[in-house]
Ligand binder design. Structure first.
Ligand SMILES: [Zn+2]
Ligand SMILES: [Zn+2]
Length: 367
């Protein structure tokens, strides 16, 4: 289940498209939901263009998709002797947890477990029970402010700053960009928003959200059935030239651009232009150095290099379950054994005190 770093398997049940789960899947026999396949295709091709040394070819991507098994939520399928069923994980579009039933035992693997969302149903609508649970623990030992509080801070910030000029919101292309667009759509009038630019992978992933309405939350589906759902992509502009970007760079324009950590992509171009910017959620280098208060020299995709100042705002907005949600989820599964992955080193001993087991990368488990 999942193949983020380990190339040594031949069948992969993919929980979702994010590369820490999917990067080594091309060339394998893949089982996944349709949105996961569509989003993974974009991320795989992008990853290969940035890193030609990956152990698979760009041509493997289409072959993998053509030979893959598209699996909807809730419909059991066979892999060897096991019966496998996917359930909504509420993390990003099409994200799934995987229930494996074999010889009367039930193993549940969550992949990344989601949290409340403007666009996706929450996992709590249906939680399968299991004997053994393997779950992520990103926020098990960390508290974060409520999503409501963080979105209010963004609202207040944009209301002040959009009057003066464009504002950049740097966010992960799959998951967060779409939440930000929906937020901007909902609060357009209040914040004095005139235009939204969405860059690169953020736009391509948003198109997939619009195309696969069935995987969006109930209210989106109902709005669509009633003929009044506004497409995210109709609300935003995908600029085709630098000229268009510069023309739109005026008060009232929000720019939503990957990457969330300013490690590449057009968010760097905008930051180098001196546009004030906001970072969302957990960030990596170079954004973590910027958050520590430093100025960092960065290069944009066009090769321009310059100094970027620290962000004006950093919000704890995440697509991962909060600590409370995680504990609630674990108890709902009624699992007798709980194994944790995807968490911090510092959380290991606390997790053990709570009665959970920690799994190391590459560690094998026998059930
Ligand atoms: Zn993820
Ligand atoms: Zn992950």
């Amino acid at each position: 289940m999942d193949a983020g770093v380990e190339p040594g398997v031949d069948k992969v049940i993919l929980t979702h498209a994010h590369l820490d789960h999917s990067l080594m899947a091309p060339g394998k026999e893949v089982y996944a939901t349709l949105p996961t396949l569509a989003l993974a295709k974009e991320l795989w091709l992008d990853a290969k263009s940035l890193n030609p040394d990956l152990p698979w070819e760009a041509t493997d991507v289409q072959k993998t998709l053509n030979s893959s098994f598209r699996v909807p939520y809730g419909r059991p399928f066979k892999v060897g002797d096991a019966t496998v069923t996917l359930f909504n994980a509420g993390h990003v579009l099409g994200s799934a947890m995987v229930l494996v039933e074999c010889e009367g035992k039930r193993l549940l693997y969550t992949g990344d477990l989601g949290t409340s969302s403007f666009l996706l149903d929450h996992w709590s609508k249906e939680v399968p029970q299991a004997d053994v649970l393997v779950t992520e623990s990103s926020y098990l030992c960390k508290d974060r402010p409520s999503a409501k509080k963080e979105w209010s801070r963004l609202l207040y910030f944009l209301k002040q700053r959009l009057r003066e000029g464009p504002v950049l919101i740097a966010a992960n292309a799959v998951g967060k960009v779409q939440e930000v667009i929906k937020f901007l759509m909902n609060y357009k009038e209040q914040i004095g928003l005139n235009a939204v630019i969405v860059e690169g992978m953020g736009f391509r992933a948003t198109k997939i959200y619009d195309e696969m309405i069935e995987y969006l939350k109930e209210s989106e589906v109902t709005a669509w059935l009633n003929g009044n759902r506004r497409r995210l992509t109709d609300f935003v502009t995908f600029p085709s030239s630098l000229r268009e970007r510069l023309d739109m760079a005026r008060p009232g324009t929000a720019v939503v651009a990957p990457s969330g950590s300013l490690s590449g992509g057009m968010s760097v171009w905008w930051a180098l232009k001196g546009v004030p910017y906001v970072l969302l959620g957990h960030v990596f280098e170079p954004a973590s150095s910027l958050l520590a208060g430093g100025e960092v020299t960065l290069k944009d995709p066009l090769g321009n290099e310059g100094v970027v100042r620290p962000p004006e705002l950093h919000l704890q907005i995440s697509r991962h379950a909060t600590r409370q949600e995680l504990l609630q989820f674990i108890s709902l599964t009624k699992a007798k054994e709980v194994y944790l992955v995807h968490g911090d080193e510092e959380c290991r001993s606390e997790a053990e005190r709570m009665g959970f087991h920690n799994l190391k990368d590459g560690e094998e488990l026998t059930f």
